[in-house]
Design a protein around this ligand. Structure first.
Ligand SMILES: O=C(O)CCC(=O)C(=O)O
Length: 303
């Protein structure tokens, strides 16, 4: 395992090019993780839906069963997960396996199996130590720019995912989950995380406008490191990823990033910096939880 002291850690975000062919993506991810480890990373992150196209009509055909935390991978049915487990173990690193379409159980008898957008996290021993099903599905309509409806083919998850490392506790969300400060706040205040990791795939409309702003906002309002890993932009793909994988520190500063081409983004995270910022600006002690209980969330379908 690459050197990771008790407090600091080198993180690598593998901004890989994703193509239509699953086996090619699996092999490419394995090779990028190896390169990340060769650069000294102890925590390696892959992008959202890294084993196939980001396309609601294709998720089901790329989907694989995902075991529960601590469970064994069915290597024949889940070649992507088998690679993640083996690669984490081979290199002795924590591996946040981007996300894959997860083949779940049918919601009712006779229904099609539910498909989730699921992030798996692997320990240096190759064990599945956390699993996050995307909680907020990416359904947006910006006329003339982008319309996307994950809920056409995906089911939302509802659990929190976090895992312990020698350098601190790490929480996980996926892409659109970033837009919901409540999830990050739960990871910080309920799960006690100092690092949040988001595999994500923003696009060329919302990416330039919101990606960095959201990452820096989540870092600042929770006083945590935020690491977000995108696929590279593939000109041949139907969905044009924004790229710009990024690490933000608890002060809200961007400490490492890139453009939209394939790259490995590396950053040293000095995790005790989170505690230092929390002492300097003690918002978690000053927060007026007594005043926020009556928020009435507005929107269609809500009273
Ligand atoms: O929130 C956005 O603008 C992009 C979200 C997205 O691409 C996703 O959730 O996969």
């Amino acid at each position: 395992m690459a050197a990771a002291s008790d407090s600091s850690c080198k993180v690598a975000l593998c901004q890989m090019t994703v193509v239509e062919d699953k086996a090619t993506n699996i092999a490419h991810a394995r090779e990028m993780v190896k390169r990340a480890v060769d650069s000294g990373a102890a925590l390696v992150v892959l992008p959202e839906v890294f084993n196939g196209p980001y396309d609601t009509t294709k998720f089901a055909s790329f989907a694989e069963p995902v075991p529960e935390v601590g469970g064994a991978v069915d290597e024949a049915a889940s070649p992507t997960l088998a690679m993640l487990a083996a690669t984490a173990k081979e290199h002795g690193v924590f591996l946040v396996g981007g996300s894959v379409a997860e083949l779940g159980q049918p919601a009712s008898e006779g229904a099609a199996p539910a498909v989730f957008n699921t992030c798996t996290v692997w320990s240096p021993a190759g064990e599945l130590i956390a699993k996050h099903r995307k909680m907020h599905l990416f359904d947006i309509d910006v006329p003339g720019r982008i319309t996307f409806k994950e809920s056409d083919s995906l089911t939302a998850g509802s659990g929190l995912a976090a895992f312990d490392t020698p350098f601190g506790r790490v929480g996980v969300g996926i892409c659109y989950d970033l837009r919901f400060p409540q999830l990050s706040a739960l990871l910080r205040h309920k799960e006690d995380c100092s690092v949040l990791v988001f595999p994500g795939a923003f696009n060329t409309t919302t990416g330039p406008a919101h990606w960095e702003l959201l990452l820096r906002a989540r870092a600042l309002d929770n006083q945590v490191f935020v690491c977000a890993c995108s696929p590279a932009r593939n000109p041949d793909a139907g969905y044009q990823a924004y790229g710009h994988s990024m690490v933000v520190d608890p002060w809200g500063a961007v400490v490492a990033t890139t453009e939209h081409d394939e790259a490995i983004v590396l950053a040293d995270m000095n995790v005790p910096r989170a505690a230092e910022v929390r002492t300097n600006i003690p918002i978690s002690k000053q927060v007026r939880t007594d005043l926020y209980t009556d928020v009435e969330w507005k929107g269609p379908g809500r009273a």
